[in-house]
Design a protein. Structure first.
Length: 337
């Protein structure tokens, strides 16, 4: 891994050579829902066993440059006593940490503002001492007839920018995640407009607060139709509209754009990423920061049983490798069989 001396080197390392990020930062309630789907009780030990299994997968090496962790996980040790952070480092990936503290409703619109700035300074000190080298904060933007409101966009992007500056002051890389939700029946044009407004506002505020863009990673949604839209945009339209939107607002010196999967299927999230990289014409690395889209096949194979670990690890390794190929535009559907 070499010596990574500053946040710019860390940010570039995470997305070097087509590598992406494994998002393993599900809160305990979210992890519980996933475990419910396979009939496994969610407790500290079962969550540790599952994540340890993921982190020890052979396909982490060369495909994953960073792993986002939950507060519980960054403190845990593997069954044999090895800190989970060390397993991640041994695989050539850097440990990161989710630092936001969930959502608070704004008014009656169903919109929300992400919480967590209070006490963040102290938490960042501790996370750095525990080995975290990058962090994540998720803002949620809802699309609807009159949504998003200006209040929701500006307040969320302002919190993201304040968070990013504080993280850099603690010598870590901030991932900024302005997620325009797929939920709803909106068109791809409506998603484009909400994404454009969010990115425009975000990068203006990052600049205003003196955030070093060369030491920052963007984790955006792709520009897609709503999940319940009667007519869905195809892969090429999603790829073209997403690149168009990013090129309008994302500075050239940002090291990496690592997409969230946001409810897309495993294959769709890989195919969209590949299509964008086949189009090309941008300076930043265009990669992935997937949670469910990397983990779902592994979770189903694991089923909470130790004897299924190698099968589950193969499933994660396959998806990680497919997405690395998509990050340089060399994936094709035929590779999936």
């Amino acid at each position: 891994m070499g010596d990574l001396n500053n946040i710019e080197e860390v940010a570039n390392y995470i997305v070097a050579d087509g590598k992406g990020i494994l998002a393993a930062d599900e809160s305990n309630p979210t992890c519980g829902k996933r475990f419910d789907s396979i009939g496994v009780d969610s407790n500290e030990e079962s969550r540790r066993d599952y994540r340890e299994m993921l982190f020890r997968s052979e396909g982490m090496k060369g495909n994953i440059g960073g792993v986002i962790l939950f507060d519980e996980t960054i403190r845990q040790e593997a069954e044999d006593g090895t800190p989970l952070i060390n397993i991640i480092l041994d695989q050539g990936a850097l440990p990161g940490i989710k630092v936001d503290q969930g959502l608070k409703p704004i008014g009656e619109s169903g919109e929300s503002l992400t919480q967590g700035l209070e006490g963040l300074d102290e938490r960042l000190k501790e996370y750095y001492s525990l080995g975290a080298r990058f962090t994540k904060w998720r803002a949620v933007i809802k699309v609807g007839d009159l949504l998003p409101t200006d209040e929701a966009v500006v307040s969320n992007m302002n919190a993201l920018a304040e968070y990013a500056k504080l993280v850099q002051d603690h010598n870590m890389v901030p991932m900024v995640e302005p997620e325009v939700l797929m939920d709803g029946n909106h068109s791809i044009d409506h998603c484009f407009e909400a994404t454009a407004r969010s990115l425009d506002c975000l990068f203006n505020l990052l600049d205003d607060k003196g955030v070093n863009i060369k030491g920052t990673i963007l984790k955006p949604n792709m520009v897609t139709s709503g999940s319940e839209a009667p007519i869905k945009a195809d892969i090429d339209e999603v790829a073209n509209q997403t690149i168009k939107c990013l090129k309008m607002y994302v500075p050239d010196d940002l090291p990496g754009v690592t997409f969230l999967s946001g409810g897309q299927s495993d294959l769709d999230s890989t195919a969209h990423l590949d299509a964008m990289n086949k189009i090309g014409g941008f300076t930043w690395k265009l990669s992935f920061s997937y949670g469910r889209a990397l983990q779902q096949a592994a979770l189903k194979a694991w089923m909470g049983k130790k004897e299924n670990s190698s099968l589950a690890q193969k499933a994660l390794s396959h998806r990680a490798h497919m997405n690395r190929l998509a990050s340089d535009g060399s994936w094709s559907a035929s590779l999936e069989n």
